[in-house]
Design a protein around this ligand. Structure first.
Ligand SMILES: C[S@@+](CC[C@H](N)C(=O)[O-])C[C@H]1O[C@@H](n2cnc3c(N)ncnc32)[C@H](O)[C@@H]1O
Length: 288
């Protein structure tokens, strides 16, 4: 019989080449929670408790996959974002905590709004798992939310996530760099996007469990044009945002000033750059 403490030790020994000690501890905790159905608090409070044999077998096979560098979220098939559960797989980026801060900023912008009869209309560009669109709709139930992505597989997962989280979002397949997204005259009050923004230089510094496992269409931009998505989204937003409509973008920490300058040149106003919890330039808000 093995105890919870033995499992933690096993994880530390097995994953030392892949992650640092703190990351290993939080992965082990997540796996134990998921497989044994025991709460985090219970696991931490009773490290001498036995782990049943059946659970141990599952945990060992997860540990073997983790050793290949595969992210734990892909192995477990789900993750948490903004307090909600999302299915994830290699077609979808794993939602990041920084993106929760972007969602928070969008929701904040609506708190002070005087209630109008017209529902706020929101477009999420490059929706992936649907994490942004779905968490916004969950928190602004009257909003009309649309989301696009180039990847049919990501959209399939996003639709499943909308069902799981019991919200209605319209998901549409389209390429924002060459959009065929026919919307008639419809316009949006808010456009939000976390587009691909990782450059070749960043890629060399990234952990292999990101570059080897997460979808490259979700991450990378050409070295010669790192702001390609921001230019396309800004142009799209100029035609599709209502007057005084808001644009929210997650950005590459190295291009805060360049992104803000780009939006200024395009004619947006009241441009605000915000840092994330790691004090890196991570998001921009602009008004049309
Ligand atoms: C950085 S991921 C963001 C995913 C999700 N919104 C999130 O925050 O976790 C970028 C997303 O943009 C999508 N994408 C890449 N190129 C695109 C394009 N040309 N048009 C529309 N979506 C695109 C990718 O498939 C991916 O889902």
């Amino acid at each position: 019989m093995k105890t919870i403490k033995d499992v933690f030790l096993n994880f530390q020994q097995g994953l030392i080449e892949v992650y640092d000690t703190r990351e290993i501890e939080s992965i082990a905790l997540l796996v134990l929670e998921e497989i044994t159905g025991t709460s985090r608090a219970q696991i931490k409070a009773f490290p001498e408790d036995d782990v049943p044999g059946e659970a141990l077998e599952k945990i060992q096979s997860i540990l073997d996959e983790l050793k290949t560098g595969k992210p734990v979220q892909y192995i477990l098939g789900s993750t948490e974002f903004y307090g909600l559960n999302f299915l994830v797989n290699p077609a979808t980026l794993i939602p990041r905590p920084e993106t929760e801060e972007l969602v928070e900023w969008v929701l904040e912008s609506q708190k002070s709004k005087v209630k109008s009869k017209k529902s706020v209309s929101i477009l999420d560009i490059g929706t992936g798992s649907g994490c942004i669109a779905i968490s916004i709709k969950k928190n602004l139930p009257d909003a009309v939310v649309t989301a696009i992505d180039i990847s049919a597989d990501a959209l399939h997962t996003a639709r499943q996530n909308a069902v799981i989280n019991d919200v209605e979002v319209s998901f549409i397949q389209d390429d924002i760099l060459n959009t065929k997204f026919e919307m008639g005259n419809s316009k949006f009050d808010i456009i939000i996007s976390n587009p691909p923004y990782v450059t070749l230089e960043d890629k060399l510094r990234m952990h292999q469990n990101v570059t080897n496992f997460e979808p490259h269409t979700a991450l990378f931009v050409p070295a010669h044009d790192p702001l390609v998505f921001y230019k396309a989204i800004a142009d799209y937003a100029l035609t599709r945002l209502n007057k005084n409509g808001l644009l929210f973008l997650e950005i590459n920490e190295s291009f805060g000033k360049e992104t803000a300058d780009l939006l200024t040149v395009k004619g947006f106003t009241r441009i605000e750059l915000r840092k994330d919890m790691s004090v890196k330039d991570r998001m921009v808000k602009a008004v049309k």
